[in-house]
Design a protein around this ligand. Structure first.
Ligand code: PEP
Ligand code: MG
Length: 380
């Protein structure tokens, strides 16, 4: 997933990446862009236009539905949280019913900075964010520098394979003063506000890194410290990782990239970057099962959580919260409300049983079409 794709989703702009023959499109040509399926239809037939209009109307209806907390039809809560890159976007997330923040990408604040930000600069930004969510959970990720999001003050060496290099928590450890300053700024913002601040480290690959980060965060008085599961090693060892971390948050963008060994920035291998792949889903199941055994929350904060059908599958695999671009909240809220826990488990089984990503999606969609949609139980 390219940075541009993440930003487009944040702004609610319909976008498809990795289109091989995109240059063949001509000005004035009519196309249907189905960003959910990642498909562009050229010169659509009347039938295709009618179906696209129906899908657009269903989206508008979801947007107009009441902003209830996320839950399955049987009442099982699944918190719906926002992915944010700057505090100014918090108001829109709140207006769309976000129950908190599941991923605040702190590096987005400093992408063009040549010097490390000061504690005061950071504290002011974090404080503005936390003030928008009084009493609500806000998960802030430590600076995730490297590969698709290089920060000049953390990534100065040339690397042949930056996605496999000194990035994420590895880069922060190499400049521990910057990590400590960020924790200081977060602790100060936390003390000045009423949000429920959770902090997490990106690109954690080992139990030792988990112990290192959670220990450091607690040293600064930050009471809820977790890790992102983005590397297959930490998914496979989720029970060991969660023995030390307060929570796990699965970053499906990187988890897919590393599971499939396909650079998420490279259009030529974009077809591998599909979180529906059963290998990725098995890893998610591993983390979900470990979280359930240990009573630790397992969130999803990769773009996969924004796909309404996949969101239900992820809950069936053990996700306890879903975080996404605010523009996706309405569709996912509606998809969850139409399914019970039992449905979610069955949809997850259907996807897990497939050989590849397209068949996993097709199997889940076929089962979803056959299951009766449920009306969410309402309390009056
Ligand atoms: C992810 O990898 O899924 C994730 C949420 O982090 P980012 O996209 O910022 O790398
Ligand atoms: Mg990531």
């Amino acid at each position: 997933m390219r940075l541009a794709a993440i930003l487009a989703r944040e702004k609610g702009i319909v976008a498809v990446v990795g289109v091989g023959d995109g240059h063949a499109l001509t000005t004035g040509e009519t196309v249907i862009v189905d960003a959910a399926a990642g498909v562009i239809t050229r010169e659509p037939t009347d039938d295709e236009r009618a179906r696209a209009a129906e899908r657009a109307a269903a989206r508008r209806a979801a947007d107009d539905a009441p902003l209830t907390p996320g839950a399955l039809a049987d009442g099982t809560p699944v918190a719906l949280l926002a992915n944010l890159g700057k505090p100014a976007d918090a108001a829109d997330a709140v207006a769309r019913g976000a129950e908190g923040v599941g991923l605040f990408r702190t590096e987005f604040l400093f992408l063009s900075a040549s010097q490390a930000p000061t504690v005061a600069q950071q504290r002011d930004a974090y404080r503005e964010l936390l003030e928008a969510f009084p009493g609500k959970k806000v998960v802030v990720r430590m600076l995730d520098a490297g590969a698709d999001k290089p920060l000049a003050f953390l990534n100065d060496a040339h690397e042949e394979n930056p996605a496999l290099g000194l990035r994420g928590l590895r880069a922060l450890r190499a400049s521990e003063d910057i990590l400590r300053e960020q924790l200081t700024a977060l602790a100060e913002a936390d003390a000045a506000t009423d949000a429920d601040l959770w902090v997490m480290a990106p690109m954690v690959a080992t139990v030792e890194e988990t112990v290192y980060f959670t220990g450091l965060a607690r040293e600064y008085g930050l009471k809820t410290a977790g890790v992102m599961v983005e590397v297959p090693s930490s998914a496979l060892l989720a029970d060991r990782v969660l023995a030390h971390a307060d929570f796990a948050s699965i970053g499906t963008n990187d988890l897919t990239q590393y599971t499939m060994a396909a650079d998420r920035l490279l259009g030529s291998v974009a077809s591998f970057q599909d979180p529906w792949h059963p290998a990725v889903l098995r890893l998610v199941r591993e983390v979900g099962a470990a979280g359930a055994r240990l009573g630790k929350p397992v969130g999803i904060c990769g773009e996969a959580a924004a796909d309404p059908l996949l969101a239900v599958v992820l809950v069936g695999l053990g996700a306890t919260s879903l975080s996404m671009a605010p523009s996706a909240l309405a569709d996912v809220r509606q998809a969850l409300a139409a399914r019970t826990r039992d449905d979610a488990l069955r949809l997850a089984e259907a996807a897990l049983g497939a050989d590849d990503a397209p068949s996993a999606r097709t199997a889940a969609a076929a089962l979803a079409a056959a299951l009766p949609p449920h009306q969410k139980e309402t309390t009056s």
